[in-house]
Design a protein around this ligand. Structure first.
Ligand code: PGA
Length: 252
C-alpha cells in the first residue's frame, strides 16, 4: 500500500515572520491528530530551511517533514550559488523536489541533470521528488504521453531500480499556477500511463513508486484527485502558502 503524501512547495515566498506563523498554525491544526497513513512535507526556500527545521522541532511536529526545492548535481566544490544534497540533509531535509518545470524553463535544466541530482539526493539518504509534465502546446498537439514518457525514460536509464526510492510528480505545465487543474480523470490517465511504463521496466518499482499530482491543487479538488487509484498525493504550490488551505488538503 502506497502512503498518501502531500508536499507544500513554497517556491520563492516567505519571510522569517510569516514562516513562523505558518508552522505555528499547521502545528495547531495537526495537534488533534492526522491520518496516520499519510506523510506531509513542507519545502521552504533554502535560506529558511534551518529556521523551519528548528520550528518543526520546537513544535514537536512529528507529522511534518522538511524538504528542499532543488539540490546540486555535484557533491561539493566551485559551484557558486548551489547547495549540495549533503548540506540539505544536514539541515534536516528528507525530500528534495527536482526538475520542477520552473527550473526546466528558467534554468534550462534537462533530464540528464535532473537524474544526476536525483543520484546525489539518494546517495544522501533523502527522497527525490522528480517532476515531469507536458506544456499546453504539447498536450494540444496530442503529444502529452510521449513527452512525459520521454522524461521518465531518461530517469529510468540513469536511476534504474533506485527509482523505487523516488517519488514522481506529474505536473502538467499548463496547470501550474494557472488555476486550470487537470480533471481527476485526465490526471489519473497520465498517472496510469506512467505506472504502466514503469512496469515495463520493473513491476516492483511500478507498484511501489508514489506518483503525486501537481498543478492548481486546492482544498476543493484534492478529495477527487486523491481518490484516484494511481494518484498518491499532491505537490501543492501557491495554495500551500496558506497554512489553513495546506491543512485542508492534508486532510482531504
Ligand atoms: P501550483 O504549483 O499549485 O501553484 O499550481 C504547483 C507546483 O508548482 O508544484
Amino acid at each position: 500500500m502506497r502512503p498518501l503524501i502531500v508536499i507544500g512547495n513554497w517556491k520563492m515566498n516567505g519571510n522569517l515572520a510569516s514562516n513562523a506563523d505558518w508552522i505555528k498554525t499547521v502545528a495547531r491544526g495537526m495537534e488533534s491528530g492526522m491520518p496516520a497513513d499519510r506523510q506531509y512535507v513542507v519545502c521552504p526556500p533554502h535560506p529558511y530551511l534551518a529556521q523551519c527545521a528548528q520550528l518543526i522541532k520546537e513544535h514537536s511536529l512529528a507529522f511534518l517533514s522538511l524538504g528542499a526545492q532543488d539540490a546540486s548535481a555535484q557533491s561539493s566544490g566551485a559551484y557558486t550559488g548551489e547547495a549540495s544534497a549533503s548540506m540539505l540533509k544536514e539541515l534536516g531535509c528528507r525530500y528534495v523536489i527536482l526538475g520542477h518545470s520552473e527550473r526546466r524553463q528558467l534554468h534550462h535544466e534537462v533530464d540528464e541533470v535532473v537524474a544526476a541530482k536525483a543520484l546525489q539526493v539518494l546517495d544522501n539518504g533523502m527522497t527525490p521528488v522528480i517532476c515531469v509534465g507536458e506544456t499546453a502546446d504539447e498536450r494540444n498537439s496530442g503529444r502529452a504521453e510521449e513527452v512525459v514518457c520521454g522524461q521518465i525514460t531518461k530517469q529510468v536509464a540513469v536511476l534504474q531500480d533506485r527509482l523505487v526510492d523516488c517519488l514522481i510528480a506529474y505536473e502538467p505545465v499548463w496547470a501550474i499556477g494557472t488555476g486550470k487543474v487537470a480533471s481527476a480523470q485526465v490526471a489519473q490517465d497520465m498517472h496510469r500511463h506512467i505506472r504502466l511504463q514503469l512496469a515495463e521496466f520493473d513491476e516492483d518499482v511500478a507498484s511501489h513508486v508514489g506518483i503525486l499530482y501537481g498543478g492548481s491543487v486546492k482544498p476543493d479538488n484534492a478529495v477527487e484527485l486523491f481518490a484516484m487509484p494511481d494518484i498518491d498525493g499532491g505537490l501543492v504550490g501557491g495554495v500551500s502558502l496558506n497554512p489553513n488551505d495546506f491543512l485542508a488538503i492534508c486532510q482531504a
